[in-house]
Design a protein. Structure first.
Length: 206
């Protein structure tokens, strides 16, 4: 299976994922799902009762890819593979989502300070009847942070659109003493695994 246009749709609002796809030369158009006030989102990111982190992140990602495929068909767009991704930060099996405010961001940083945690990024590529998916896991260790450091960080805009309340590609890089795994995966799109899935879906990646 080879896709003639060698182009995909990216079902994600993340600017970091766009940058990473451009880094490996993948051509894409954005395919944004519905996620606005007063309307139900196309995919709920609520954790189900008893749902383990790896099961949660894989389920949400595959639902996003399928929703993206359905949106593409509804809008009568050219048929192309749809790539979706979701990143979850986990500490002691507790999922840390995106903080809604400074209080939540501070609480997350206090949990992460001086500890190691896992970053799970799940990928899914949906094309016709095929759904290719995988989850990449990295481990990140934070140095012990002072209250002054945490408050200063939360005074920026950086924590509030990111799982776990931090971004490795920004100021928070100064908090991280060690990583094991994929740097691009911690950013939100592990490039090794992404390349493998796209090739399975018929996309040529240099």
């Amino acid at each position: 299976m080879v896709i003639s246009q060698n182009k995909i749709y990216l079902a994600s609002k993340s600017p970091r994922r766009r940058e990473l796809l451009r880094q490996i030369g993948v051509e894409f158009d954005l395919l944004l799902l519905r996620d606005v006030i007063l309307r139900e989102p196309d995919v709920s990111e609520i954790v189900l009762p008893g749902e383990l982190p790896d099961v949660y992140v894989a389920r949400v990602t595959q639902e996003k890819a399928i929703a993206g495929w359905n949106v593409m068909q509804t809008r009568k767009l050219p048929l192309r593979p749809v790539l979706a991704a979701d990143t979850t930060v986990v500490i002691n099996q507790q999922i840390l989502g995106k903080p809604a405010n400074e209080e939540e961001a501070l609480a997350m940083l206090r949990l992460l300070s001086g500890n190691s945690h896992q970053v799970l990024t799940s990928l899914a590529v949906h094309y016709q009847d095929n759904n290719f998916h995988c989850t990449q896991t990295s481990e990140v260790t934070f140095a012990t942070l002072t209250e002054k450091q945490m408050h200063a960080y939360c005074a920026t805009q950086e924590p509030y659109d990111k799982a776990g309340g931090y971004g490795i590609q920004g100021i928070a890089a100064t908090f991280i003493s060690h990583i094991s795994g994929s740097y691009s995966g911690i950013m939100g799109l592990p490039l090794f695994e992404t390349t493998a899935l796209l090739r399975q879906a018929g996309i040529r990646v240099t």
